[in-house]
Design a protein around this ligand. Structure first.
Ligand SMILES: Nc1ncnc2c1ncn2[C@@H]1O[C@H](COP(=O)(O)OP(=O)(O)O)[C@@H](O)[C@H]1O
Ligand SMILES: [Mg+2]
Length: 413
């Protein structure tokens, strides 16, 4: 007789359904661990956010960025409202709602003090929708350390070249082929030449760029360029000022030839190897004008009118001017009209008055601080870049510049 009881029992199967098979238990534990870690992260984020909110409120009150409101319970302080904190691998930022009547510039005006109170080196304000802005914090001041120019050259006029590094560490670039002349001002020893060494070193190899111009100091142009295709288009020295005038006239003649032979239905020459972009460098231009004026008024007028023509008509003919001066006073650079032709404007250390002169009244509030800034730090106004502070790349001195030109400078065909 057989019964169910005597039937051999099936081997016991491991219970799998709730863990999802072999290795399932481990996966489950890992999931739980990840969830706990995420909860801990959120909790830490909340604590940090609460901390920052309190610090922000105190910092705003401390610098006077607040409104006092009289309520039944007494006087209360209102500060720009802290929204949410965002932590990403690239940095820390938070949102802020402006106070009634407030503007982003109110925060910018106290940027350094507010950032220091929060334990950071600096901050930048980015407008968002409506009354909200994003305050981006910087751990370290990228302007404080030297920024070496990488060993790179551009091959074409429409490749961007490096102008500098912004306060938030982002690189600022400019393609020479984009329309616009470049103005650089700064007191003696503020970094104009170093910036120019960097710009020209990056451009020296480009097949569709000619680096021409006038340099009474003979350092930026001249000797360093011997043996390159650019040298015949450069004039240096302060002995023969008439030669500078004649040379600038020659460049204007070249521009006129291009304007006359412009193909039909074209109002703008794109740089090519056959019709290269001509960068007319005018190092210490007010010095050239002053020296010419002292010698012969007519000579100075001739120089001024040549430069005015390059500035006003050059853009269409692929001519760009890079003018360097200690300050861009109208009468030192050929008049207010000449000054208005520059789309890209850089100011190294200059008196507050000169900063406002080149960058407009909005820059006035930046004046006192910038008047004492270190060499190599400049304010930039350019299309799409509204008065940003940057550090110019450092080539490594005059010797290093000469080495780069000797190595990279385009040779005559
Ligand atoms: N971008 C920079 N980074 C670091 N140091 C700089 C920079 N620019 C200038 N310097 C320092 O300042 C000095 C003077 O700079 P320079 O360009 O010759 O001034 P400028 O032409 O305005 O008279 C340089 O020798 C260098 O020591
Ligand atoms: Mg100089």
């Amino acid at each position: 007789m057989t019964t169910d009881r005597t039937r051999p029992l099936l081997p016991r199967q491991p219970v799998r359904w709730h863990t999802g098979g072999p290795g399932g238990a481990r996966r489950l534990i890992n999931r739980l661990r990840a969830r706990v870690a995420e909860q801990q992260r959120l909790e830490a984020h909340r604590l940090l956010e609460a901390d920052m909110r309190g610090l922000w409120r105190e910092a705003c009150t401390g610098v006077g960025l607040c409104q006092y409101i009289s309520a039944a319970a007494g006087l209360t302080v209102r500060t720009p409202r802290f929204g949410g904190l965002r932590l990403t691998p690239t940095g820390t930022s938070f949102t802020v709602e402006l106070m009634p009547g407030g503007e982003p510039t109110d925060i910018e005006a106290h940027a350094l003090r507010l950032a220091h109170s929060l334990g950071f080196a600096g901050l930048r304000v980015q407008p968002m929708a409506g009354r909200w802005v994003r305050v981006v914090l910087f751990d370290a001041d990228p302007l404080a350390s030297t920024f070496a120019l990488p060993h790179a050259v551009t091959g074409r006029a429409d490749d961007p070249i490096l102008l500098g590094r912004r306060e938030d560490g982002a690189l600022v670039e400019h393609a020479l082929a984009s329309p616009g002349h470049v103005a650089v001002q700064g007191q003696n020893g503020s970094g104009k030449s170093q910036l120019s060494y960097g710009l020209l070193a990056q451009l020296a190899a480009a097949g569709d760029v000619v680096i021409a111009g006038s340099d009474i100091t003979g350092l930026l142009l001249g000797r360093a360029w011997n043996g390159t295709a650019h040298r015949p288009w450069q004039i240096t020295g302060s002995k023969d000022l008439a030669a500078h005038a004649a040379h600038l006239d020659r460049l204007v003649g070249w521009m006129d030839d291009r304007l006359e032979t412009m193909p039909p239905r074209v109002d703008n020459i794109a740089p090519t190897v056959q019709t290269p972009l001509v960068l007319v460098v005018l190092e210490e231009f007010p010095g050239l004008l002053r020296a010419a004026q002292a010698k012969d008024r007519k000579l100075a007028e001739r120089i001024t009118s040549a430069v005015l023509r390059l500035l006003s008509e050059g853009r269409k003919a692929a001519f760009r001017v890079l003018m360097l001066a200690q300050r861009f006073e109208a009468n030192a650079v050929g008049g207010g009209y000449a000054r208005d032709q520059f789309a890209v404007r850089l100011s190294f250390r200059v008196p507050a008055e000169s900063l406002a002169m080149l960058h407009g009244d909005d820059a006035r509030r930046l004046g006192p601080e910038h008047a004492n800034t270190e060499p190599g730090i400049a304010y930039l106004s350019a299309p799409g870049e509204d008065c940003v502070r940057l550090r110019a790349p450092y080539v490594g001195g005059y010797g290093a510049f000469c080495d780069r030109i000797a190595r990279d400078g385009r040779r005559a065909a």
